[in-house]
Design a protein around this ligand. Structure first.
Ligand SMILES: [Zn+2]
Length: 230
């Protein structure tokens, strides 16, 4: 059997592979893992490749988990985000996340009960794209290079879905072992075997990332092995 490849860089893994969770393990919260014993998907990576996403995954969780008001596990998300931000070594992350809450948007004051939140979508998008690449590898055994053309747009489940979602994604099966934390849909283009298509990633029943992927010739290749584990 061919050696495993790292789904993040596409290179073969010599020695012991690191196991990366897709989506990140922390998204499930400690309490959810403790009480539900979820079966989490992991994929082989190099330890360094895996680690290069840690800061952005921490940021994604700390910035977005507290504003997921539709989430069934909202209280656990709030608690865990609070715990992470209150740690002594988290000062940089804490200041960054707090600075994103604002009572004004473009100079206009919002009504008192509304607070604007403007996350760093580049960092959020890096994590979203990583999850898409992991799901490609898991479902289709194909490596999707980081530089593959893609576009991400975001919406909330509390808002009416955008036309691109209702037109292309609503009919696609909703795949979710634990929808309280994460669910996804994929609608491929007509060309069989192509990874071009649309993904919808739904985090905590609240945040929806719609990802359009356009794979050019030779941009993906078969992986040696993909599997799910505890
Ligand atoms: Zn790697």
């Amino acid at each position: 059997m061919d050696p495993e490849i790292c789904y993040l860089c596409g290179q073969s893994i010599e020695g012991t592979a690191s196991r990366d969770h897709v989506p990140p393990r922390q998204f499930f919260t400690r309490m959810f893992r403790k009480t539900k014993s979820p079966n989490l998907l992991t994929l082989p990576t190099h330890a360094e490749c895996n680690k290069s996403y840690q800061d952005d995954e921490d940021y994604f969780f700390a910035s977005l988990a507290p504003i997921t008001e539709q989430a069934y596990i909202h209280d656990w998300l709030m608690e865990e985000a609070g715990n992470k931000l209150s740690r002594q070594h988290s000062q940089g992350l804490r200041e960054k996340v707090m600075s994103e809450f604002n009572s004004t948007v473009a100079g206009l004051y919002l009504p008192r009960h509304l607070i604007a939140k403007i996350p760093d979508w580049n960092r959020v998008g890096r994590v979203v794209w990583k999850v898409v690449r992991g799901l490609c590898y898991h479902h289709y055994l194909k490596f999707l290079p980081e530089e593959t053309t893609h576009r991400i747009r975001y919406c909330q489940t509390s808002d009416p879905p955008p036309p691109i979602y209702t037109k292309y994604l609503l009919e696609a099966p909703l795949l979710a072992s634990h929808p309280e934390v994460f669910a996804h849909r994929f609608a491929g283009v007509s060309n069989p075997g192509s990874l071009s298509g649309l993904w919808a990633l739904i985090f905590w029943q609240s945040l929806v990332a719609i990802v359009v992927v356009l794979v050019g010739h030779g941009e993906s290749r078969s992986g040696a092995c993909a599997s799910s584990a505890q």
